[in-house]
Design a protein around this ligand. Structure first.
Ligand SMILES: *[C@@H]1O[C@H](CO)[C@@H](O)[C@H](O)[C@H]1NC(C)=O
Ligand SMILES: *[C@@H]1O[C@H](CO)[C@@H](O)[C@H](O)[C@H]1NC(C)=O
Ligand SMILES: *[C@@H]1O[C@H](CO)[C@@H](O)[C@H](O)[C@H]1NC(C)=O
Ligand SMILES: *[C@@H]1O[C@H](CO)[C@@H](O)[C@H](O)[C@H]1NC(C)=O
Length: 580
């Protein structure tokens, strides 16, 4: 996407220099890649490299915008109801899987719980046990890794952590580990002090940074040398075990799952907080503010009575192991209702703000693509990302003796799905992916159908009238029935080439003299125009900045900076074109 934008900009520069004084027709005939003639942007189809004969381009038209706008929905919506019934069936059908005793799930959209599903028995070995509900507790195992990451971002926001890219040594001075795979040489500059020393400074290893630890990119091994998840050492002991250990990848270069990284991150950062205790910090700064009263670390007797009983695939009850030093990576229990609150918080739709919106956005961003053998397409902090139906699904999965859990979000749709299992994940197709296969198209349809009417400006008068760009393109701005503005492009060439439906765009009023171009709810990303392509996608959402009003209360013109289009100036009267 970025490179494409860069491409456009450079082409537009070319246009400014060379195409400007020339006639549009001329350049059309010469098949120049892009001209500024009508709707500002034209693309030619990819240059036909070498191939002869007719190129059959019967490819389906790609529709834009790729993702619908996240407009508020008026529930209930039949299309969503139908999809949720399908999700219910998918989960219900999975229940007979070996060892799976209970299942609770919740689907949220923005600040609304759309659906909860509860299946099986809370205690699978008790025939009289009732079904679980959204307040039934489950172990969430590796979903616990979200919490050290929340701590990292909060401490960063507060300034306790100076940068996410700080090396771990800055917070744990005794941390060292061998990095046999990477030796970044020292900055080149120093070798410019020629003659003084031939040796140069010692090469510095690539740092194990906080961000890399939080995103499976640290190169740290899965666990500390020959420890199990039940290891009960201290962080000092952990650091001394690491001294003689090796990184399994040069940091930042390869996705490699590490449970160790999250526990180390949690304990090291906690040492820089008031009470020096990770669990206490999480309780006071995350669980309490979000009202996640049924989430925690300690499997106390009252918690055990509310916990769904976990089983192995054999049907044998699983013991409730206590993870010791590895607790931050997998000890926690929670409920579907509590994790729904966390999902709303991360989607930015809960009234409580744990993180600033820009920080939350960084937290949800992918960091590195993981080709080949890794189980996800990309990693982030602490997420695994999977592409599905054109959407990036943000996931954290957990699997531990007797339990499995998935916490997932689709930020571009403000959608979330939490699935908690008492028992192993059923073999066969992934349940969460199956659910999204149904939910994504339904949510997309619901959002596309919920059209937002374009906001009108307080007064249309200053902006209406005729405008031109260098006498090459002509526009009329006029008010629609509800006072909303429409921008119509006209002139003989536009009328010959552009279908009527796409000659007029809405101007949504944002604030003051600024409007936003809105092509349509859904439209073909590119329109074929003879030899060229018109990119409607490039125009959708661009800002139109009208100039300050003149003595007559009229705006003398406007710019569209996002399309590198400036000085579209007011005409005193409707232009008349000579017919050819
Ligand atoms: C999401 O929820 C927030 C908080 O209630 C609300 O302000 C916002 O308009 C909602 N957005 C959508 C797209 O529904
Ligand atoms: C589940 O039920 C069985 C049989 O009644 C009982 O022995 C066991 O303690 C129960 N487990 C839990 C976690 O309540
Ligand atoms: C994403 O990962 C899946 C397996 O997890 C793989 O089948 C698929 O090809 C990957 N897609 C991309 C774009 O890497
Ligand atoms: C556009 O055409 C009109 C009338 O032919 C002329 O007066 C005006 O200077 C032209 N403007 C530009 C920017 O070329």
């Amino acid at each position: 996407m970025k490179t494409q934008a860069g491409w456009r900009v450079s082409l537009l520069k070319v246009k400014k220099k060379w195409l400007f004084p020339a006639s549009c027709i001329f350049f059309f005939l010469l098949s120049v890649l892009m001209t500024g003639c009508f709707l500002w942007q034209y693309h030619l189809p990819k240059l036909k490299t070498g191939s002869l004969g007719p190129e059959v381009t019967a490819a389906p038209v790609r529709m834009c915008p790729q993702h619908p706008e996240p407009v508020p929905l008026a529930h209930p919506l039949p299309v969503l109801k139908e999809a949720l019934e399908k999700v219910d069936r998918i989960l219900r059908q999975a229940l007979p899987a070996p060892g799976l005793a209970a299942m609770s799930a919740v689907v949220i959209h923005n600040d609304t719980v759309l659906w909860t599903g509860n299946f099986g028995k809370k205690n699978g070995s008790d025939p009289a046990s009732g079904p679980p509900n959204e307040y039934t507790m489950y172990r969430i195992s590796s979903v616990s890794k979200i919490f050290p990451v929340l701590m990292l971002y909060r401490l960063w926001e507060e300034g306790t952590v100076a940068s996410l890219d700080d090396p771990l040594e800055r917070y744990a001075s005794s941390f060292t580990i061998n990095n046999p795979l990477g030796m970044a040489s020292a900055p080149k500059q120093q070798s410019l002090t020629v003659g003084l020393e031939e040796v140069g400074p010692a090469p510095r290893p690539t740092p194990v940074t906080l961000r890399r630890m939080a995103s499976q990119l640290s190169g740290l091994p899965r666990r500390l040398r020959s420890t199990s998840l039940l290891w009960r050492g201290s962080t000092q002991e952990a650091l001394s075990l690491l001294k003689d250990d090796v990184l399994v990848a040069d940091p930042g270069t390869r996705c490699h799952y590490s449970t160790l990284a999250f526990s180390l991150l949690a304990h090291v950062l906690a040492a820089h907080t008031a009470h020096g205790d990770y669990q206490r910090w999480i309780s006071e700064n995350v669980l309490e503010p979000l009202g996640m009263a049924d989430t925690g670390f300690d499997l106390t007797p009252p918690v055990r009575t509310r916990l769904a009983a976990g089983f192995y695939g054999s049907g044998r009850p699983a013991p409730l192991y206590d993870l010791g030093w590895y607790r931050p990576s997998g000890q926690m229990y929670s409920t579907a209702a509590d994790l729904a609150k966390l999902a709303m918080e991360l989607l930015g739709s809960s009234p409580k703000r744990l993180l600033r919106p820009d920080v939350a956005k960084t937290l949800l961003a992918p960091l590195l693509a993981c080709p080949g053998a890794y189980f996800a397409n990309e990693t982030g902090t602490p997420w695994e990302f999977h592409m599905q139906r054109g959407y990036r699904v943000v996931r954290k999965d957990g699997d531990l003796d007797g339990y499995a859990a998935t916490f997932s979000l689709v930020p571009s749709l403000h959608l979330g799905l939490v699935l908690l299992l008492a028992g192993p994940r059923p073999p066969g197709p992934d349940l969460v992916a199956q659910a999204y296969d149904v939910l994504l198209p339904a949510m997309e349809r619901a959002l596309r159908e919920a059209e937002l009417s374009p906001a009108p400006p307080p007064s249309a008068h200053p902006f209406t009238g005729y405008f031109t760009f260098a006498n090459l393109t002509f526009y009329e701005v006029r008010a629609g029935p509800a006072g909303e503005l429409r921008l119509r492009q006209f002139g003989p060439r536009v009328e010959a080439l552009v279908p009527p439906a796409f000659r007029t765009l809405s101007l949504r009023h944002l604030r003051g003299r600024v409007f936003q171009l809105h092509v349509a709810r859904e439209f073909p990303c590119m329109l074929p125009l003879g030899d060229a392509w018109l990119s409607l996608e490039a125009q959708h959402g661009q800002l139109v900045n009208f100039y300050p009003l003149d003595d007559h209360g009229l705006s003398p013109g406007f710019d569209v900076p996002g399309l590198n289009t400036y000085r579209v100036l007011r005409l005193l009267r409707k232009p008349v074109f000579k017919t050819q």
